[in-house]
Unconditional design. Structure first.
Length: 188
């Protein structure tokens, strides 16, 4: 399945090669631009339905995702699961629950996201769920590029693609990568 999904990334132009600065601050030779993949609504529905199938084993009342990248994933996963979808977004530089979205005490959530490297935004989302009295029962990702060790969100997580991608600290770039101008294609 993951090879088929990687083929879809390549076919749609969503798997990019070059020199990229990731949201985590790390540098990489490859970048998953899920927005390009998910702009094809038929593909978005199919891919997120596959993710929803992996998430069905976890109890949930609702799906939550971090904006911006996770919104389409969260919406499509929630549709496939027949659940409500809400999202968190930036406010004063941090993710926050806005737009009148509410989390009920004890409400169970699956967190849906497109890609993680270190998982910082997913962890922020899990923390928001817990701070509002909810329970994060699982995390679902299209692409897990975290490598080892895996992030510990305090709940299980599943992904459609687990890919070992070389990541580099900004001050430890290999010479060939240092010669290529860095691009920061993701959301801030």
């Amino acid at each position: 399945m993951s090879e088929d999904l990687l083929a879809l990334f390549r076919k749609t132009g969503a798997l990019l090669d070059g020199h990229f600065v990731l949201r985590s601050g790390l540098h990489s030779r490859q970048y998953f631009q899920c927005a390009i993949l998910l702009s094809h609504t038929d593909i978005a529905e199919r891919v997120c339905s596959m993710l929803a199938d992996k998430l069905r084993q976890f109890e949930c009342d609702s799906v939550i995702s971090p904006a911006l990248g996770g919104i389409i994933v969260g919406q499509e996963v929630a549709r496939a699961l027949g659940k409500r979808h809400i999202f968190v977004e930036k406010e004063n530089g941090k993710l926050a629950l806005r737009r009148g979205f509410k989390i009920d005490n004890g409400e169970r959530f699956v967190v849906a996201e497109d890609v993680i490297t270190r998982g910082g935004r997913v962890q922020e989302t899990v923390d928001i769920v817990r701070a509002h009295g909810g329970v994060a029962t699982a995390v679902g990702l299209i692409v897990d590029r975290s490598g080892k060790p895996k992030p510990n969100f305090g709940c299980p997580f599943v992904s459609l693609v687990e890919m070992e991608v070389e990541n580099f600290e900004p001050d430890k770039l290999p010479p060939d990568l240092a010669k290529i101008p860095a691009v920061k294609p993701g959301s801030k």
